[in-house]
Structures are given as structure tokens and as C-alpha cells.
Design a protein around this ligand. Sequence first.
Ligand code: GLU
Length: 446
Amino acid sequence: MSLALRSRVDDGLSGRNQGEPEFLSAVAEAWENIQPVLDRHPEFLAANILQRMAEPERQIMFRVPWTDDSGAVRVNRGFRVEFNSALGPYKGGLRFHPSVNLSIIKALAFEQGLKNALTGLSLGGAKGGADFQPRGCSDGEVMRFCQSFMAELFRHIGPSTDVPAGDIGVGAREIGFLFGQYKRLVNRFEGSLTGKGLGWGGSQIRPQATGYGLVYFTAEALATRGLSFEGKVVALSGFGNVGFYALEKLNSLGASVVTIADEDGHIHDPDGIRGDKLRFVHDLWFKRRGSVREYAEEYRVLYEPGRPWAVPCDVALPTATQGEIDLADARNLVDAGCLCVAEGANLPCSSDAIRYLREHGVMFAPGKAANAGGVAVSGLEMAQNGSRCQWTREEVDRRLKETMSSIHKLSLEAAEAYGWPGDYAKGADIAAFLKLGNAMMDQGVV
Ligand code: GLU
């Protein structure tokens, strides 16, 4: 970002948010992308929209004490950052992972507000979680943790106030425990969480939504260059809630997924992860939370420590977590012949990686557009809860496809209108900023 622009939009941001590098970088990236909007619409600067949009409406931090199976008392830190409610009730996931801190949650909540704006649904932006590691805990420990977490969170959420969902470390099991405790505390059965079980208020396709949506979005992007997934080689990282369902959908479209990865390393299976191997990957994650090394042992393929981005591929889909593609990885991807990188995770690519990919003609789809399918179907779950009905799988999938297609179109049109044709990162930020900024302008100084 240029010095002049920095002083124009920073306005004390870094001073007020010291020690929060993830948050500052998420805001800086967005503000850089929306620069052409500010040139054309100085009214946003006059109304100080940038400073207001970068200040969370409310940040909640709380103690989460619980007892482990040995009887020892443990303490974690819980967070909920309610960032922006100009477009609807606060909405965004809960993340349970040891890396969780205020900076990461604020960065994700800020991004979520922009992402949710792109869905066209009435959803504000929020994120929350705790520095708790469910992996390695017994079901009883996870339940006691979730109950303690909700014993504080329940007073801040509600179907028209704030509706959390899952994220890393928070899946169907955790949502079940959280919902049970919420219902017990408020004595009401209501849609204050999404990602619920199908038998008790959940929506069809919600577990698959982020992965399927990522593939729908990327297919639209490839189509702009006359390409499809048929016969394409795809490198994938995380194979959990996002990655597994992307893998499933990619297979059905004729792509060959050749890598999956975890925190320690990745496998390379040049024959593609399909057929029985898909079931193996499903059980590896959803039943055992095992390591990808087991896949290499079972199918006698290459296992290497580190990330999968040096493997030859047409499309790369980072589906694990923030910061999984840096400049060196971007260089590897370009050298490996990659045409398109689409973010299934939130903030997986560093700013310099994104710049490098763009400069080398690689299509780049930012997470706030490409992975919006999850929260979009959460929005559909809220609509179903509100009218006490449940739509069919086909109906939800059709709406998900339509939403991804409309986000793709919105991003491309905004990029074109503001002088960056084909640039999804700028287009998505511009379209989201206009939607959110205009709503804030209409609602006055609040
Ligand atoms: N955690 C998901 C995301 O990053 C889903 C959030 C939600 O459904 O509220 O978008």
C-alpha cells in the first residue's frame, strides 16, 4: 500500500490494534482493493465509513473453565467478536484451535462481514471460538468444554441477534453439545446456531456447502477461460469439513485430486483419490482424525513433510487454514503449471503470494467469495428455521449453486466496473464494501 493511501485509510488503525498482525493485514488488504471506490465515492471517506467498518461493534472475551477426565481443572479463553450488523444478525463460525487469539478472530470476523455481504442474504459479520484443542480429548471432555463455553456465550446470541456456526475444530458433535446447553439455559428451541443435525433443525447440504460451493465457484471461474474441471489435476490441502466435500464434488466433475495434507505433511497420489480411497479419506478424517501418512501406507504412495504446492497441478485449492500459501509456495505453484488458486479456507494466501499469482496470470479466487457457500447455506438454515420447514436436498443445492454463481458474477462485474477486469480479489472486496458501506450510510451514525 502506498504511503499516501496508508495515511488516508489507516487513521490510527495500527495504533489502536497493536499486536494484531492478522487483523491489520486483513484490513490493509481490503482497503487496498477498494481504493478505486474511494476515488469515485469520496462520501465514504467523509462519513468515516472505513474507520467505522474496521472497528468491531462488540468484542467479548471470557473465561472457559472445565474439568478433564483426570479431574484436573483446565482454563481456556473464549471469544466472540460481533463485527458488523448493518446487513443482518451477526453471523459467523466458532473455531476451537490452540492458535486462536483476538487478532485471528477479529481478522476472520472482519472478513466474514464482507463475505456475508456477497451472499445477498440478510447476514451480519462475526467470528468466535477458543484456544481449545478438541483433538485428543474424549467426547465427555469436549461436551464439558462446550457446555462451559455456552454458559457464557448464550447471553450474547439469539436467532435475531447473533447466530454462530462451526469452523475449524467445531463440527456436528460440538454444535450438538453447544445447542443442547443453549436450549437448556434459555428454555427455548430456536435457531441460534447453524450446522445443526438434520433431525433437529439442520439443513440439507450444510456439511457439504463450503466444499461444494468452492467447486461451483471455481468451475465458473474456469469457464470464463473456456475450461472445465473435466480431466484437470487438482492439488488440495485440508481434507476435513471443506476439503472432503470438495474432493467428492471434484470427482463427480471428472477432475483428478492428487494431494491431501495435514499439519505435518502431504501425500501425492498421481492416480487420483477416487473410489474406495474416498471412503478411506472420509473415515480417516471423520472417524479417526488420523494422519495422511496412513493414506500413504495404505495405498503405497509418496508421503512428504511440508505443503503440497510443488506438485504439478492445474488447480490448487487451499482448504486447511490461514497462512498456508506464502510467496515461496506461490512460486512453486506457478512453476508447477497451476492455472487457478481458489481459497477454500479463510485467509490461506499471504498478500505477496496473491500478488505473485496475479502477476503470473494465475486466476485467484479469494475465500470471501469462493468459500461463501458454507455461510450461505447457514443463511438458508436460518430461513428454514424461521418458517419451521425443511427444504429438499435438491432445493438447497440449487440455491447454493445460484448463490455461488451470483457471487461470481458480482465479483467480476465490480472488478470490471472499477478498472480491474478479471480480478476476483478486488472485485469481491469492492462489491462487498459497496453493499455494506451503503447500508451503513443509510443507517446513520451508529
Ligand atoms: N465458518 C464458516 C465460514 O468461515 C461458516 C460460518 C457460518 O456458517 O456462519 O464462513
